[in-house]
Design a protein around this ligand. Structure first.
Ligand SMILES: [Zn+2]
Length: 445
């Protein structure tokens, strides 16, 4: 649309002012048409089809009644240790609840807990994934403090809220006697915080689901993209030397300094369509009076644009290799994480139009869930959750929020407990709507 508007204007400049006025009118018309085309209209058919059903009403009433217990369970889970790789206690708890509720439960070798709620058949299979792990170590005090509407504890927001919401949804589906068409596959994942490794492993070892819903992040815009994240360690090596004999000898310190300086001089734009890079660790050397034998620094490179991400990664690789060669020191490159990017907003236009995204936005609107500051949009082509692994596998995938809250990944984490109720209703209504294939086919554009 922008191209044809510019073209119309150029033609007018050549042919004179009369035509210019006409072209301005056309451009204005086009601009208004564009605006209308961009005004998203969301499918609302689910509202009449789903909300009037007695089983749905029963399930929602059960959620309301059981909400105080849901908050108690949320606190119970949050107070269990859950550092990435040490999620066993939380996993065992989720497994027990899933078994009590009659799901087909399995635990894989990494510790992911899967509970399948079989559908009647004929609908899409939907994975609903909430990560069990937290960034906080086993020595951190996880005791939860309640202050009015606020819960405070490390990990209370990210992501014990989603785990509790998931268990409440399972109970409510059973209490309402809801029979979905497609299977609902609830997965409590491990190791999300160290590179989405749990869900990555899960998707590699299970049949491909039709849809994937990540349960993570604060309530806000529906996230349908995937921020690509590369973690790399660049290690410089040398033979080392005593300071007294070091003059003129190769030193990895100079190579490291040149490389880091070069990285910060690279030009790139801001997120989301641009990229960001951070040097998070610089380590090496153990004594004052010697040339170090080994030094390293790490990079955390991020972008939603897979092309930009890879080209920046190659530029950094060349720059580091050149610095090592110039200073005549050894170089070892260690890839710690390489999670692909889902694509920019423009690249993901078809994903944005998918019924999963559209319906999620409309369910949020129906429930009065705030999506963020005005102009931020109802859905965003970015994400750093379990849903990323679905996005890069081209499975229609989104992430929906768990509650309002903040200060995640710090010991000052907090959550607004009341907002977990609409978040749980969102999960339930979205799962039921999307699993009903007859309704789903109405929604497919
Ligand atoms: Zn999280």
């Amino acid at each position: 649309m922008a191209v044809s508007s510019v073209k119309a204007y150029c033609i007018t400049r050549r042919r004179g002012s009369l035509l210019r006025a006409a072209a301005v009118a056309i451009v204005t018309h086009l601009a208004v048409a564009t605006l209308h085309a961009q005004q998203p209209s969301y499918p609302t058919a689910w509202r009449s089809a789903i909300l009037s059903r007695p089983d749905i009403k029963g399930a929602l009433a059960h959620l309301e009644r059981g909400f105080p217990k849901q908050v108690d369970e949320w606190i119970t889970i949050a107070e269990m240790p859950g550092k990435s790789g040490s999620e066993e206690k939380r996993g065992a708890y989720v497994q027990q609840v899933m078994e009590q509720e009659g799901l087909q439960v399995s635990v894989d070798s990494l510790g992911n807990v899967t509970g399948v709620r079989k559908g009647a058949g004929g609908g899409p299979s939907i994975v609903l994934a909430a990560h069990l792990d937290i960034v906080h170590g086993l020595d951190v005090n996880l005791q939860v403090r309640r202050e009015g509407d606020t819960l405070r504890a490390p990990g209370i927001f990210d992501n014990s809220a989603s785990v509790a919401n998931m268990l409440a949804t399972i109970r409510a589906l059973n209490a309402g006697g809801i029979r979905t068409k497609g299977d609902l596959i609830f997965v409590a994942t491990v190791r999300e915080e160290i590179g989405l490794r749990g869900i990555d492993f899960w998707l590699d070892h299970h049949p491909r689901p039709d849809l994937l819903i990540g349960l993570d992040g604060g309530l806000g815009p529906v996230a349908y993209g995937a921020l690509g994240i590369y973690w790399t360690r660049y290690v410089f090596t040398s033979e080392g030397s005593h300071t007294a004999t070091s003059r003129g000898k190769p030193t990895p310190v100079k190579a490291l300094a040149e490389a880091i300086d070069g990285i910060y001089k690279l030009g790139y734009g801001p997120l989301p369509d641009g990229a960001v890079i951070n040097v998070g660790q610089v380590h090496g050397g153990v004594i004052f009076n010697g040339v170090p034998e080994e030094l390293y620094f790490t990079t955390d490179l991020r972008s939603t644009d897979p092309v930009l991400l890879d080209s920046l990664d190659r530029s950094i690789g060349r720059l580091v290799a050149n610095a090592a060669a110039r200073e005549k020191v050894g170089l070892r490159v260690e890839r710690e994480l390489q999670n692909g990017a889902g694509g920019t907003t423009a690249m993901l236009a078809p994903a944005r139009a998918h019924p999963l995204v559209q319906t999620a936005v409309d369910v949020q609107q129906h429930l009065g869930i705030r999506t963020g500051p005005p102009g931020a949009g109802d859905a965003i082509a970015i994400g750093s959750t379990d849903a990323n692994m679905g996005v890069i596998r081209r499975i229609p995938s989104i992430a929906i929020g768990r509650s309002y809250g903040g200060n995640q990944h710090t010991i000052h984490e907090w959550a607004d407990w009341k907002s977990a109720l609409p978040a749980t209703k969102l999960m339930l209504l979205l799962a039921v709507t999307m699993s009903d294939s007859s309704l789903r086919s109405d929604l497919v554009p």
